[in-house]
Structures are given as structure tokens and as C-alpha cells.
Design a protein around this ligand. Structure first.
Ligand code: FAD
Length: 373
């Protein structure tokens, strides 16, 4: 029987493992984090029809139902306001498509990991791998090793598997950047985001709001208790001082509070009440060249490890889930990893290109050309 070693218990690795487990394949996952709660994962992800269909193909029925039960609706048009919350526009172009459903990344990962507890090992950071005549061997930074027939790099945008396979592929800083956080959903904030999403445009800065309102509270379904929230993203131009690298970056919320202090009181309140532990600031990274293939026979990749998209595409997770579905079918079927690689890279590189084109919709123009910030 094929033994599959998956590196990374993210969205793609877990979905693949669920599909393989369902088909009776021997699959083990090795994750560098100490556990599921090890770091902030708290933003919402819009899953489109093909993301849901990949989940349906891979997950056991009860996990799929749990994902739906803890997702949120995206009904009604998106809204565009100025910084004093005067309505500028309302329409279908703002926010994700209405047939998408949003999930909270942290809760969703718990759903994906359901039933896999005995197959995941935490605290296992991949250091290297080697192909042998009998299979593939992975070595972790703690000095331990595992063997299998196939090794799958599901280890995200900063993938060690990709670095080992393709050391010439590096990173570039994208124009898309700013600060992100979340604030508990209350009636005061509910009216700010009653559609698919809200954009609030001030001079040189855009604030994007998205509602994550759980259909059923996750805590009632045995998942981590999590309040519904408004996720906010403050987008700033690439030359804005607030986004530049620093040895001692200030807390994201303090930066946002300062930059938005003259905005409408409800926005000021939204930031003042934000969850202090769930905020980040910085600019996104992309690969400096598309991945076009690799030589290893028994090693493959999926998701961000193979094609790192920008959040502006709204397609990275969806594409990663589809990769999991395709790879699962190949591993359970003819085992043709070359055919998988070709299909996955064509789709993944198109998704990256789309996300890069789409970032123009979101990046505000520079501070100098747009007056004061
Ligand atoms: C702010 C934001 C919003 C987004 N919104 C959307 C959206 O609305 N829709 C959408 O489709 N996509 C969205 N995305 C993109 C989406 O989050 C990613 O494309 C998706 O998470 C990729 O899944 P993955 O499984 O490939 O990688 P990940 O989910 O990043 O998982 C990789 C896993 O590998 C582990 N790992 C890393 N290195 C090692 C190692 N050396 N050894 C062992 N384990 C390792 C990591 O700890 C992690 O658990 C968004 C991204 C961001 C940043």
C-alpha cells in the first residue's frame, strides 16, 4: 500500500489527508507548529463553488456538514463609504461573489483536522528529504526521520519542500500591504457590513470590512468557541511609512488607530475594540518567478507551496483545496505525479497571475500623490 508523507497541516495538507484516509491510504502529516492553537489564524476565507466541491470530494460527510454549519453568508450588495461613512456606492462588484460562503480559518482548520488526530505529528519542521530506490525519507529539525513512498509539500508559501526542490526560486515584496485584525460583531458594527463586504476610502488609505457571522456558533458544535466578528484590513500604499520593515514594529492596532483617528466615530470604535491578540501588519510576499516543474519522482507539492497567490485574488485557498482533490484522485488512481504536476501548475500559476492583476483594485495610490494620510 502507498505510504504518503504530508509536510504541513494547513488547508491543503489536511484536505488531502482526509481524502486519502477516506480511500484507505496510509497517510501521515508532519506539522512544524507545536499544535493547532500555536499562532494567529483568525481571518475569514471566502470559499467559492470549486472550493466547496473539493471539500465535498475529500471530507467525510460529517466534516463537510460541520464546515457548512460554521460558515457565514455573504448576501446583499457590497458598500463603498467615505471616511465619514457617507455612502458613495453600493453594488455587486464590492466583495466576494454572493454564491461564496465564508469560513473562519482557525475554526475551519479544526474542522479539517477532525478524525486525523492520530495521523498528525506536531513540532515536526522539515529540514531535508532524500529519494531512495525504495521511497523517500524526510528528516526533521529535531533529528527524527520518517519514510514513505511519496512526500507531499503542503507547507505553504514559505515551503521548505519548494526551497529544497527549487533553491533558485525566491521572493518579492508585493504592493499589497497594511494591517489586519478583527473586532467582535455587535449591532453597532453590523450595520457597517450588511452586504458582501464594505470598503471605506479615506485619503491614501482604504479600510476593507468583512463580516464573519457563524451560522452556528462553533463552540456549540465541539469546535473552538469563537464569536462572530468584523474582519478589517487597512490597506496602505507601498511607500507608506507605516508598512516599512522595522526592528521594532509598533503593534498593528496602535498604527491603525493613529491613522484613522479622524474617521467616523464608528470606525474609531471598531479599531478601539479590536481583539489585541489577532492583528498583523506588513506587506505580502510573492514568488520572484512561477514554478514550472521539478525533477524529483516521489516528491510533489500543492497549494501555496507550489503557487503563492496574493489575498487580492481570493483564490489561494480555493486553488489549494482543488489541488488536494486532484492529487488525492491521482494517488488513489494511476499514481501519475507528472500529470498531476502539469495540471496543478497550469491552474496554480493562472491563479497567481489573477491575484497579481487583481491587487490593482485594492492598492491605494501613494501618499505623496494623494495628499495627507
Ligand atoms: C489575509 C489573507 C486572506 C486570504 N483570503 C483568502 C480568501 O478569501 N480565499 C482564498 O481562496 N484564499 C485566501 N487566502 C489565501 C489562503 O489563505 C492560502 O492560499 C491557503 O492558506 C493556502 O493553503 P496551504 O495549505 O497551501 O498553506 P497553509 O494554509 O499556509 O499551510 C501550510 C502549513 O505548513 C506548515 N509548515 C510550514 N513549513 C513547514 C515545515 N518546514 N515543516 C512542517 N510544516 C510546515 C505551516 O505551519 C502550515 O500549517 C488569504 C490569505 C491571506 C494572507
Amino acid at each position: 500500500m502507498t505510504r504518503v508523507v504530508v509536510i504541513g497541516a494547513g488547508l491543503a495538507g489536511l484536505t488531502l489527508a482526509q481524502g486519502l484516509r477516506k480511500a484507505g491510504v496510509d497517510v501521515r502529516i508532519y506539522e512544524k507548529d507545536a499544535g493547532m492553537e500555536a499562532r494567529f489564524q483568525g481571518y475569514r476565507i471566502g470559499l467559492l463553488d470549486y472550493g466547496w466541491s473539493a471539500l465535498r470530494a475529500c471530507l467525510p460527510e460529517e466534516s463537510y456538514e460541520l464546515a457548512v454549519a460554521t460558515s457565514g453568508d455573504l448576501t446583499g450588495p457590497g458598500l463603498l463609504f467615505d471616511d465619514q461613512l457617507r455612502l458613495l456606492a453600493s453594488g455587486d462588484e464590492i466583495g466576494p461573489p454572493e454564491d461564496a460562503r465564508v469560513v473562519d480559518r482557525h475554526v475551519f482548520r479544526h474542522v479539517l483536522a477532525g478524525g486525523l488526530q492520530d495521523r498528525i505529528e506536531y513540532g515536526k519542521k522539515l529540514a531535508s528529504f532524500s529519494e531512495t530506490t525504495a521511497g523517500v525519507r524526510a528528516v526533521f529539525t529535531d533529528g527524527t526521520e520518517v519514510s514513505g513512498d511519496v512526500l507531499v509539500g503542503a507547507d505553504g508559501g514559505f515551503s521548505a519542500v519548494r526551497r529544497l526542490l527549487l533553491p533558485h526560486v525566491g521572493f518579492q515584496t508585493a504592493d499589497l500591504g497594511g494591517a489586519m485584525g478583527r473586532t467582535q460583531l455587535t449591532d453597532q458594527f453590523r450595520r457597517l457590513v450588511h452586504g458582501r463586504g464594505t470598503m471605506v476610502k479615506g485619503p491614501g488609505i482604504t479600510l476593507m470590512l468583512g463580516r464573519m457571522e457563524f451560522r452556528t456558533p462553533p463552540g456549540k458544535l465541539g469546535l473552538p468557541p469563537t464569536d462572530s466578528y468584523v474582519r478589517w484590513v487597512m490597506l496602505i500604499p507601498p511607500d507608506h511609512p507605516a508598512g516599512q520593515p522595522s526592528d521594532q514594529p509598533p503593534p498593528a492596532i496602535a498604527v491603525v488607530r493613529d491613522l484613522l483617528r479622524d474617521w467616523h466615530p464608528d470606525i474609531v470604535d471598531l479599531i478601539a475594540r479590536a481583539d489585541a491578540h489577532n492583528s498583523v501588519i506588513g506587506f505580502a510576499q510573492v514568488l520572484d518567478q512561477p514554478v514550472t516543474g521539478w525533477d524529483a519522482e516521489r516528491v510533489t507539492m500543492l497549494g501555496d507551496a507550489a503557487h503563492l497567490t496574493l489575498a487580492s485574488g481570493g483564490n489561494g485557498a480555493n486553488t489549494a483545496l482543488r489541488d488536494a482533490e486532484t492529487l488525492c484522485a491521482r494517488l488513489v488512481g494511476d499514481g501519475d505525479l507528472r500529470a498531476y504536476q502539469k495540471e496543478m501548475l497550469e491552474r496554480g500559476n493562472a491563479a497567481v497571475e489573477f491575484s497579481k492583476q487583481n491587487q490593482k483594485k485594492f492598492v491605494p495610490s501613494s501618499v505623496s500623490s494623494s495628499g495627507s494620510s
